[in-house]
Design a protein around this ligand. Structure first.
Ligand code: ATR
Length: 277
């Protein structure tokens, strides 16, 4: 029988993970099936226990269960601990392993597909919620020179910067983002403003001369943040489709020990999204 994996969430019907992992499995000749698993809001543990008891080998975890998955894991990787959240569960003989591949996915997409070198870069990250926390340690680990975290609610930006315990990280409100001298090299949007087709309310001037503006959300069309950054004079913009594919590839590697090729999967997803536009 094929090994079973799934993505668990609420909602989960929209998830592209089954299609991505089916392509990875086909490409690498791995015998597995990957499904969608809907869990009631108060039934995460029951749902995943049933999946595990039925022979499931691992799960990706999406909204809103990443914190519960973290709490439920019996072993946690360093990157899960840094993120405070788990998006990849592996059911093993010695327990439930919780990992987080989001940050690694972002770094790979930036450095691999987009050719953006993080070492020495001056980075502005907009947002200080779960998505921002998930990528904080991997960005610092990649050697950025400076990481300014700006958030609508200033206190959350300050808290997240303090959590980094790293002199390169600082926090502020949107209105306090200053471009003193050289512009930022990279502006990352880790807010969920795009879900309402809105851009974070930073001055347009902030984008002038920026090399890359990257939205961790993705869609059929350029997001509001990408449009705003381009209008502000940013040299290049990208959405987060590549991050989605790369975090999936990293989960696949955690489970199967094989690194699939992400390029063809990314191209195909982009085509599918384009057809919906
Ligand atoms: P996620 O897991 O997606 O990060 P979250 O933890 O709820 O979700 O965090 C959402 C982030 O998007 C926060 O940084 C939030 O700002 P606040 O801390 O001020 O709430 C930000 N956000 C959401 N809607 C926004 C908007 N319309 N404009 C700017 N920031 C927004």
């Amino acid at each position: 029988m094929s090994d079973r994996y799934a993505v668990v969430g609420n909602p989960v019907a929209h998830s592209r993970s089954p299609s991505i992992h089916a392509q990875f499995a086909q490409q690498t000749g791995q015998d597995l099936v990957y499904e969608r698993l809907f869990a009631p809001l108060d039934g995460f543990v029951d749902t995943v226990e049933r999946f595990r008891a039925a022979g499931g080998r691992g799960l990706n975890v999406t909204v809103p269960f990443k914190l519960e998955a973290f709490a439920w894991s019996t072993r946690r990787t360093a990157r899960a601990l840094a993120a405070g959240a788990v998006n990849t569960l592996s059911f093993r003989d010695d327990g439930v392993h919780g990992d987080n591949t989001d940050g690694a996915g972002l770094v790979r997409d930036l450095e691999g597909r987009l050719g953006f070198v993080l070492a020495g870069a001056r980075v502005l990250m907009l947002g200080a919620g779960g998505a921002a926390r998930g990528v904080l340690a991997p960005l610092l680990g990649a050697g950025v020179e400076r990481l300014v975290i700006a958030n609508r609610t200033v206190s959350r930006a300050l808290e997240l910067a303090a959590l980094a315990r790293d002199a390169r990280a600082s926090g502020c409100g949107f209105d306090a983002v200053r471009v003193d001298g050289a512009p930022f090299d990279l502006v990352l949007n880790a807010t969920s403003a795009g879900l309402d087709d809105a851009a974070p309310q930073v001055e347009r001037l902030v984008y002038d001369g920026v090399r890359l503006a990257y939205d961790m959300l993705y869609g059929a069309r350029p997001t509001a943040f990408m449009r705003e950054a381009a209008a502000g004079g940013c040299a290049a913009v990208s959405d987060g489709l590549g991050m989605l594919v790369e975090q999936a590839a990293e989960s696949f590697f955690v489970w199967r020990g094989i690194r699939p090729q992400t390029g063809p999967v990314h191209s195909r997803l982009r085509e599918e999204l384009g057809a919906q536009a």
